[in-house]
Design a protein around this ligand. Structure first.
Ligand SMILES: [Zn+2]
Length: 418
């Protein structure tokens, strides 16, 4: 099979049989590995033949992860992505086609770009490579932290997790206008693959673009010790540099979870960084009571005990559509007390438009521990480009040039050892 000629440096495409086998028999939790290659197939005839072969397997698939992978594969075959004027170079990302050689564009870049590096600390790798790297190129983002998300719809079926959700739900106003069963259905649906990116997925991306991407793994901490140990071993083997947690949708209270000593000891030994969602979650987790596990203060006992382990509070404790900024001040106070606390600005970069918030950051954690982040591809769903989020910070009138440099890249470069 022929590869589209905008893909440079990638190994030749496997034959159809190998593609079908990998899609069907890759370990069921591996999602993107082969789907990403499908975007590279050039001929419409080859695509159609694969669609014919795969369609019946989708109907027969009984594992939700397999079903989701086949679904993504078929989507990629039906709608091959081609972005005008761009090509994708393995290891280097996207560059404009109008230059005859990739290197030419590199040498035509300004010698001292106004902001360098620009590191996005919070990215979900769910978009095809070409789209991802074209957006990154246009935004001027030089490095990115990509995150796994180990959530499991089956957690909701466990009696202890159900009980936990029920207690929180009964305390909320939403319980008068919505039944518990329909809430559970909503939650369960949100835990299927749209949010799920595996550790192996992340490692595969990093392997293809090692100079650009840093990978964080994820482990669902409401599971038992054996599961958590296995995942930590996997994350270490895959050489991922940090751990991403979602306490609200992984159903654990950080202050009380019995796996936590193992997690922090792992981080201490391997110099791994923790990045945890803080603030409300999306969808059903906008109900504040259901997101209480993502309150920043629940990390306090571990911050005290393990001062060497960096904890990044994603969304600065501020994400919530009902009460924007919800636990921001708790997060900042925590950061004032513990020097291992960082905040990322994913989905809450509007905070920097508020003079009062800037003052509060200067008074509490300062700008050495604030990290630029977008939650990409989330801004796209609101019609906002990656470039737009970067430009907003560059044009910010409340921040000094030095603070902008720190936020956009220097803090992250220091933390990640880039
Ligand atoms: Zn996120």
């Amino acid at each position: 099979m022929q590869q589209q000629d905008i893909y440079i440096g990638f190994p030749p495409l496997p034959d159809k049989q190998a593609i079908v086998e990998a899609l069907l028999n890759d370990p069921p939790e591996v999602r993107w590995r082969m789907v990403r290659r499908l975007f590279q197939i050039r001929d419409i005839g080859d695509r159609e033949e694969l669609i014919q072969i795969l369609q019946p397997h989708l109907k027969a698939a009984d594992n939700w992860r397999l079903r989701y992978r086949l679904h993504l594969g078929l989507q990629a075959l039906h709608r091959p992505l081609n972005i005008h004027d761009y090509r994708l170079v393995k290891g280097k990302g996207a560059s404009r086609l109008s230059n005859s050689e990739y290197m030419e564009e590199e040498s035509s870049l300004p010698l001292n770009p106004p902001f360098f590096p620009i590191v996005d600390f919070h990215i979900h790798p769910k978009t095809p490579d070409l789209k991802f790297f074209v957006d990154m190129h246009e935004a001027g983002v030089t490095h990115g932290v990509i995150l796994a998300t180990d959530t499991d719809p089956e957690d909701v079926e466990r009696p202890d997790v159900r009980e936990q959700i029920k207690t929180a739900f009964d305390r909320s106003h939403s319980s008068v206008r919505m039944s518990f069963d329909s809430l559970l259905r909503h939650i369960q649906k949100s835990l299927y693959s749209p949010t799920h990116v595996t550790n192996q997925d992340v490692a595969d991306w990093v392997k293809d673009y090692p100079d650009i991407l840093t990978g964080f793994g994820s482990v669902d901490l409401c599971k038992d010790r054996t599961y958590v140990r296995q995942k930590l071993d996997e994350i270490e083997r895959l050489k991922l540099k940090g751990l991403k947690f979602l306490p609200h949708s992984q159903f654990f209270n950080p202050a009380e979870n019995e796996n936590m000593p193992m997690v922090f000891e792992y981080c201490e030994q391997t110099s791994a960084i923790i990045l945890s969602h803080s603030g409300c979650g999306p969808g059903s987790f906008e109900i504040i009571e259901l997101s209480h596990n993502s309150h920043p203060c629940l990390w306090e006992p571990w911050l005290k005990k393990y001062p060497q382990v960096p904890l990044v509070l994603a969304h600065a404790g501020a994400y919530s559509t009902e009460i924007p900024g919800i636990w921001l001040f708790d997060a900042l106070q925590l950061g004032k007390t513990y020097s291992n606390v960082y905040i990322d600005l994913a989905a809450v970069d509007w905070l920097l438009d508020r003079e009062m918030v800037i003052q509060e950051i200067r008074k509490t954690i300062g700008f050495d521990r604030v990290l630029f982040a977008t939650d990409y591809p989330l801004p796209l769903s609101a019609g906002v480009s990656w470039a737009c989020v970067v430009k907003r910070i560059q044009a910010n009138r409340n921040l000094t040039a030095k603070e902008k440099h720190k936020i956009l890249g220097r803090n992250a470069a220091r933390l990640l050892g880039l």
